[in-house]
Design a protein around this ligand. Structure first.
Ligand code: SF4
Ligand code: SF4
Length: 365
């Protein structure tokens, strides 16, 4: 986890040693600028700032969680620049990843807090149990005490995953542990919520990048999420949207509509009420996302998603635009054009190509 030889190096030096070419690095900066909705003019500034940035201390606390958020970040199959940037921070405490254990581990947390007081970034995953005293402790310290103690000297806190951001699954009814979110307890520090069950790795690293690059926090929405990643709904950016607009829905998981890639709204898709970057950033190094794999969005980046009723029951929304009589608007046509373009880019294998041809024909009818 912690590579002491890198402690005093800049990111530029670290990347060069890792064999990352200037071209790849600039490409990464361009992608990052576009993801953060920054103008291309910012690319040289991002590159310059990142190249000269030094490792900030990061303390990562895990409370009531499933380790999915850490797995999301660390299970990349290939070394990516994102993971190098994650290596580049000084991850001084993370009880799942660190080699140290027992007193040495706790000493590492205390030392990092002391040496970087007021400057370190605190990342939290998991919710905090407020009932059942004695439940969920680390080194004999309750989750609540550890959070409050570590938060005191943090410059900012990143609540990673829906559990830390909004309570998540532990908070779901009947909430036997009295689980609460980081924001329920900490009121005097900037908190960035990066929800998702788990969050998309590049969204976690993108948020860290903002801190690394500009030393500032990203612009947040009304529930504390970076607008750059959570500013639009899954539905707004879904490649199946033209089917929704035309009133073409899969009714079961194995009907003709499902096979043709029609909209999954009637199968319970929560895309219209869910704000996340899955439809554009995708998962597994940009390979796919749940809707592309034929499964409705569950709404995992929203508060109380687990208590929102059946995952497979359609949202109750106005249905006037969910019929075959819907007027195929200019906006819908434009979206269809985008979808057709996107589909054409996906001719990697014959099965997908066949599927897309069928779907395109449906849209043209
Ligand atoms: S599959 Fe879901 S997100 Fe995509 S268009 Fe249909 S309802 Fe919207
Ligand atoms: S598609 Fe929906 S449920 Fe799936 S990961 Fe994205 S936000 Fe979460």
């Amino acid at each position: 986890m912690i590579n002491d030889s890198n402690r005093d190096k800049t990111l530029g030096e670290t990347l060069r040693e890792q064999g990352i070419s200037r071209r790849s690095f600039l490409k990464f900066c361009a992608t990052t600028a576009s993801m953060m909705a920054l103008s291309p003019a910012m690319i040289p500034k991002i590159a310059h700032a990142l190249e000269n940035a030094r490792r900030p201390s990061v303390i990562w606390l895990s409370f009531q969680e499933c380790t999915g958020c850490t797995e999301s970040l660390t299970r990349a199959h290939t070394t990516t620049i994102e993971s190098l940037i994650f290596d580049f921070i000084s991850l001084d405490y993370h009880h799942t990843l660190q080699a140290a254990s027992g007193h040495a581990a706790e000493q590492a947390r205390e030392t990092a807090m002391e040496e970087n007081y007021g400057k370190y970034l605190l990342i939290v995953d998991g919710s905090i149990p407020m009932d059942n005293p004695g439940y969920s402790t680390i080194a004999g310290i309750s989750n609540y005490d550890m959070l409050m103690d570590t938060a005191k000297g943090a410059a900012a806190i990143v609540a990673v995953g829906t559990c830390a951001a909004y309570g998540g699954i532990p908070h779901a009814k009947p909430n036997p542990t009295g689980a609460v979110s980081v924001g329920d307890l900490i009121k005097d520090k900037p908190i960035i919520n990066v929800p998702g069950c788990p969050p998309i790795p590049v969204v976690i690293t993108g948020t860290l990048m903002q801190f690394l690059t500009f030393g500032s926090l990203p612009e947040l929405d009304h529930i504390g999420r970076p607008k750059a990643f959570y500013g639009k709904s899954i539905h707004d950016r879904c490649y199946r949207r033209p089917f929704y607009d035309k009133g073409l829905f899969a009714e079961t998981f194995d009907d003709e509509g499902a096979k043709k890639g029609w909209c999954l709204y009637k199968l319970g898709c929560k895309g219209p009420t869910t704000y996340n970057a899955c439809a554009t950033t995708k998962w597994n190094d940009g390979t796919s996302f749940p809707i592309e794999a034929g499964h409705p969005c569950l709404g995992c980046s929203e508060p109380d998603f687990w208590d929102g009723g059946s995952f497979y029951k359609a949202l109750s929304m106005p249905t006037e635009n969910i019929t075959r009589t819907v007027i195929y608007t200019a906006a819908g046509a434009a979206a269809a054009g985008v979808a057709l373009g996107a589909m054409n880019r996906h001719k990697k294998n014959q099965a997908v190509a066949t599927h897309n041809r069928t779907s395109i024909d449906d849209l043209k009818k």
